[in-house]
Every structure is written in C-alpha cells, then in structure tokens.
Design a protein around this ligand. Structure first.
Ligand SMILES: [Fe+2]
Length: 382
C-alpha cells in the first residue's frame, strides 16, 4: 500500500554545462525587469558577478549587487541586506553563491515584502503577503537550498539556526551549471558534498518520508555516490561536478518533501557552540547516527537497499554504513574534544533541535550523549 502524501512544489530546474546563458530567458519569463543579485565577496573575486552582470545588462536587464553575505547568515545579516534592498528599485531576486547567499536572498525577500524580523517567520507558512520572484544559482554543490522553501538564519546571540519556511519563498528557477562550481575551494567541495550525501541519507529514513521524497533521496544518492569519492580525495574529474550538483539539488527536494534527522540535530550544536563548519560537523555525526538508526527495522532495510546500489554502481562492496564511515574518515580531520560537562550541554541543545524529531528512532538525551561520546571516541565515564 502507498501511504497518502502531498508533494511540495519544485523550482524549474535548468541543468547542464553552460546553462548560465539561459539566465536572461528565465528572468524575462518571470516578468522580472530589474534584479537584486545577492552574493559574497568570494564570488565577486572569482569573476562570476562581473560575468553575470555583463550577461544580463547585455539583454537590457539592470543589475544591483549586494555582496556582503556572511557565512551562516544571522538575523542582522538578513536585516542589512533588506536595508540595502529598500534603497533600490528592482522586482526580482537573484542569488549567486553557496547556501549562505541563497538563504540571505530568501530571508531578505521575507523582510522586504512582509516586514518584521526573521524570528517572526521561524516555522512554516507565516508570510501572509506576496513575495518577489527569486532565481537561485548555486556555485557550490551541497546545501540544496536552491530547492527548498526554508531560509536558514541564525539567531544573533545564541547562533541557534532557525528554519524560516514559506511556499512563497521557494526559488521559481534554479540554474544548475556545473561549470560555475569550478571555482569552489576544494575543502568547500568536500564539506558541501558530504552534507548533500547526509541530506539524501537522512531524508531517506526520516519518519516524514513519502513515496516522492524517497524517489528524490534515491536519485540524489545515485548521483552523489558517483562523484563523492573523487571529491573527498581532491581528484575531481569528468562528470563529477554535474553528478554532485544535481545530486545536491535532488537532496534538497528530498528534504523539502520530508525532513532530516539525528545527524543534523547533533551537528547543529557543534556549529553553534564551536564554529565547526556544517558539513564537517555532519560528517562527524553521520556514521554514528546511522549505526543507531540501523536498529530500526525499516531504516535498516533502506540502508540495505542503498548498500546494493553501491555495489550495482561499482562504487563499493562495503555495507552502506561502513562505506560512509570510511568516506568521512578520509576527510581532513579536526582537533576537537569535549569534557563531560560540554557533552551534556551539546546533548541538551541537540535534543531541542526540531529536525531530530523526525529521526527513525526516537532520540533521548542519553542517546545524544552516547552519540557524541562515540563521535569523539570518548570512554564511558567511570
Ligand atoms: Fe546539511
């Protein structure tokens, strides 16, 4: 029997090497006459902003550039982008960059069209007024933010991540051009690639999974596994960029139609309290959360199916969990430890993460403590 479900909309996906040149058409199709391009200084330095400006101005589309996006944008970052937006005339957003640029553009769209502060939109469906059309162009392959209706914005003081979602915040078009991901630093490619893998694997077993999200998760996994070994080993070649970029977008759609789970719930406090980069923190936790989830018969059955995919695609003969453990173990390791008091604090914050509620096995405080001990290879206290 197929369980009932409701699908969430997808942006129009425009995929392929060189599809950036389609951007002016997409802008015109949406009736946009002038854009606010939201980006960061690294993307300016890589030359993408100038080439995008030339492409659009060549088609008579004026471009205003906001290039002050910060990594892990906060409420104040969103407000600063909105203050800039209020001073100019435009009728559509264009985000060019990683998840932070895409999230900042979405957040600015909330504030500009609906007012208030980002905390007013924490949750889902709280924007009552129309929002401006928005096009997302990821330059890194990982977050899948281009396919999600949530802006992830941190609270100013605590750095707690708020997921602020609304169907109107979803990008209308996502331009997925592997050529423009060439400029991402190798360490960023590894961290975001592992994050995309974690999105596919957490959405695959989430209690919110549906027939449709499962289809997206599996398709995402099939693309990501073809590229991720090369990415982690810094030997990207051939179609790797296309596979990971498409896989990341499909993972985004998997999340949009389901949820994440324990690896993200336990990774977020590591980022908030210790500034550990999101993909790195997720990589620390993912194998341990998967071992924990493997005790759930349904999750274990899904993991077995994914093990068969690894073998079918000639990626690995190992079990899925062993393969993920090896893969994350090959990433550049970081020196991080925590005492018992800190482990308790991390576990307390992890337990409060909304996303943990959709893990296939319920996660109690003591489970998070065990997961952190396992991830940090700490012995049981005497
Ligand atoms: Fe993530």
């Amino acid at each position: 029997m197929v369980d009932p479900f409701e699908s969430r909309p997808s942006p129009k996906l425009v995929f392929g090497n060189g599809v950036m040149k389609e951007l002016p058409n997409s802008i015109k199709e949406l009736g946009i006459t002038s854009v606010l391009l939201v980006t960061d200084k690294g993307i300016v330095k890589a030359g993408h902003v100038e080439s995008t400006r030339a492409l659009l101005e060549g088609e008579g589309i004026p471009v205003h550039v906001y290039d002050d996006v910060s990594e892990n944008p906060t409420e104040n970052d969103a407000a600063a982008c909105c203050a800039f937006a209020k001073e100019i005339e435009f009728d559509g957003f264009l985000a060019l960059g990683g998840g932070s640029s895409i999230d900042t553009a979405k957040a600015c769209n909330f504030l500009l069209t609906n007012g208030g502060r980002m905390s007013d939109y924490h949750g889902y469906g709280k924007a009552s007024k129309k929002m401006l059309p928005f096009i997302a162009i990821p330059t890194t392959a990982g977050t899948g933010s281009e396919c999600q209706s949530y802006a992830l914005v941190s609270r100013e003081e605590s750095h707690e991540k708020m997921a602020c979602g609304d169907p109107k915040a979803l990008a209308r078009v996502a331009i997925l051009d592997p050529d423009i991901t060439d400029s991402q630093p190798r360490s960023v490619a590894v961290q975001t690639g592992i994050d995309a893998l974690a999105h596919a694997l957490e959405a695959a077993v989430s209690t919110k999974r549906t027939e449709l999200s499962s289809m997206y998760s599996e398709a995402a996994f099939r693309h990501i596994v073809r590229a991720i070994d090369d990415i982690v080993d810094h030997s990207v070649q051939g179609d790797d960029r296309g596979h990971i970029l498409l896989g990341a977008a499909l993972s985004g759609l998997a999340i949009e139609n389901s949820m994440l789970g324990g690896a993200h719930a336990s990774a977020n406090p590591l980022t908030a309290r210790h500034d550990i980069i999101h993909g790195r923190a997720v990589a620390m936790m993912l194998p341990h959360v998967m071992r924990f989830n493997d005790q759930d018969p349904d999750a274990s059955c899904i993991y077995s199916r994914y093990t068969s995919i690894l073998s079918e695609l000639d990626v690995s003969d190992k079990s899925l969990i062993d393969w993920v453990t090896d893969l994350t173990g090959r990433m550049e390791q970081i020196a991080f430890s925590a005492d018992e008091e800190e482990i308790q604090q991390l576990a307390t914050e992890a337990k409060q993460q909304w996303t943990g509620n959709f893990n296939p096995r319920p996660l109690e405080l003591s489970d998070f403590v065990e997961l952190y001990r396992a991830a940090l290879a700490l012995p049981e206290p005497a």
